[in-house]
Write a protein that binds this ligand. Structure first.
Ligand SMILES: Cc1ncc(COP(=O)(O)O)c(C=O)c1O
Length: 397
């Protein structure tokens, strides 16, 4: 264990079981550890580094803005914030934007916005229906919103106002709705829950039902947005529009940022009802503008769709070769490979040894979320490593 890893154990709270590697540098889809060893990065900062590591467009924007103006307060107008908001509105179905600093803050803010809407237009309705196996962040309220008991149990009692029902089941949503319901909040594809795709008509049926009831549909696109699924926003692929959408992760290519976007009708905050010290500061918004502009101008989403297809077909071939691979699923560059037993941890280590970084999303599943700028060459390399690693599982049985 390196000195840095020992020091981490000494000084850092024990919240995460890390992979034993200390990364010091990155370029494109590659990162290097403190000993100069190179890895192909298919974790991508947890689906964040959409342009890869240290992309020149992002580095230029951050450097330029750092030399100009880093932080003011939201008491004042600043130009990068307005430019990023305009870019997002012009390229989405939403009308208004609020910037914050993380995904959890974005979803929490979206729920606050839905509650304000409930107070104003739905007789005080405040409850939000979410899905089991969802993930919406780590604040107390978003822990309550997240439909996974393992995140909730350590912190009970949790804030009230959330109910979770099976994903992909619109009848389940209808069955728990009451006059207190103000919104449904869903991920388009459940990322942390294991890359769970929505069924054919699910999102459209939820949309129709929300419209009938006059309640809001919040789409959490924190993991799926900014091109990851093959379109700038994932909702575009399902023929629906949300009333509120949350973004974070890829939005500024690695610089911490979050955003709530809303249709005009749902944009009901008035001054003083919500805010943030750092949210939307010039530095993060310059990074966000450079990232989103590059993604749009260079059709990075299209690349994610194309390369993702190529990757999925390669993974499908591995599934045919290795019987213990039970499923390959995903869209764009958000992909999971599931196994018949809990071998994902072992595979993460074996991949690391061969120079590939991957994520164990469940004990029996790996998740791949590489930078969206990668090409087939990097995919071939990753597939080659996976092939060897999966063969070693067979040989060790
Ligand atoms: C769909 C979704 N929502 C919210 C979050 C929380 O984001 P953050 O970790 O930036 O708070 C995540 C993080 O993985 C996520 O995947």
């Amino acid at each position: 264990m390196s000195n840095w890893q020992e020091l981490e154990h000494q000084y850092f709270m024990n919240t995460v079981q890390r992979v034993p590697v200390t990364l010091v540098r990155g370029q494109g889809a590659r990162v290097w550890d403190e000993d100069g060893r190179e890895y192909l990065d298919f974790v991508g900062g947890w689906a964040v580094d959409c342009l890869g590591h240290c992309h020149p467009a992002l580095v230029k924007a951050i450097t330029g803005q750092a030399q100009t103006l880093i932080q003011t307060s939201n008491q004042f107008y600043t130009i990068p914030q307005v430019r990023l908001a305009e870019l997002l509105v012009q390229n989405s179905c939403l009308d208004k934007v609020f910037f914050c600093n993380s995904g959890a803050e974005a979803t929490e803010g979206a729920v606050k916005l839905a509650r304000r809407y409930g107070h104003l237009y739905l007789n005080g309705a405040y409850e939000v229906i979410t899905a089991t196996n969802s993930f919406h962040g780590r604040t107390l309220a978003m822990t309550a919103a997240t439909g996974q008991a393992k995140f909730q149990q350590p912190y009970v009692p949790l804030p009230v106002g959330f109910v979770s029902v099976d994903f992909n089941n619109v009848e389940a949503i209808k069955s728990v709705a009451t006059e207190k319901t103000c919104a449904v909040m869903l991920e388009v594809v459940q990322g942390e829950g294991g890359v769970n795709l929505p069924g054919n008509d699910y999102l459209a049926a939820v949309r129709r039902w929300c419209d009938q009831k006059g309640i809001l549909l919040i789409l959490d696109e924190i993991q799926t947005g900014i091109g990851r699924l093959g379109t700038l926003f994932a909702y575009e692929q399902y023929g629906i529009e949300p009333d509120i959408m949350t973004l974070a992760k890829g939005l500024a290519g690695g610089v911490p940022i979050g955003a709530i976007l809303a249709k005009d009708k749902a944009s009901v905050f008035v001054p003083g009802e919500h805010g943030s010290t750092f949210g939307g500061n010039p530095l993060t918004c310059a990074a966000g503008y450079a990232t989103v502009k590059f993604v749009i101008d260079h059709n990075i989403a299209g690349n994610a769709g194309k390369v993702g297809q190529y990757f999925i077909s390669g993974l499908e071939k591995l599934k045919q070769k290795f019987q213990f691979v039970t499923e390959v699923r995903g869209r764009g560059l958000l992909i999971a490979m599931e196994f018949s037993s809990d071998i994902a941890g072992t595979l993460v280590t074996a991949c690391l040894d061969r120079g590939l970084l991957v994520n164990r999303v469940k004990p029996n599943a790996l998740r791949f979320m590489p930078p969206l700028v990668i090409g087939n060459k990097e995919i071939d390399k990753a597939l080659g490593i996976l092939d060897k690693v999966l063969s070693s599982v067979v040989n060790n049985k």
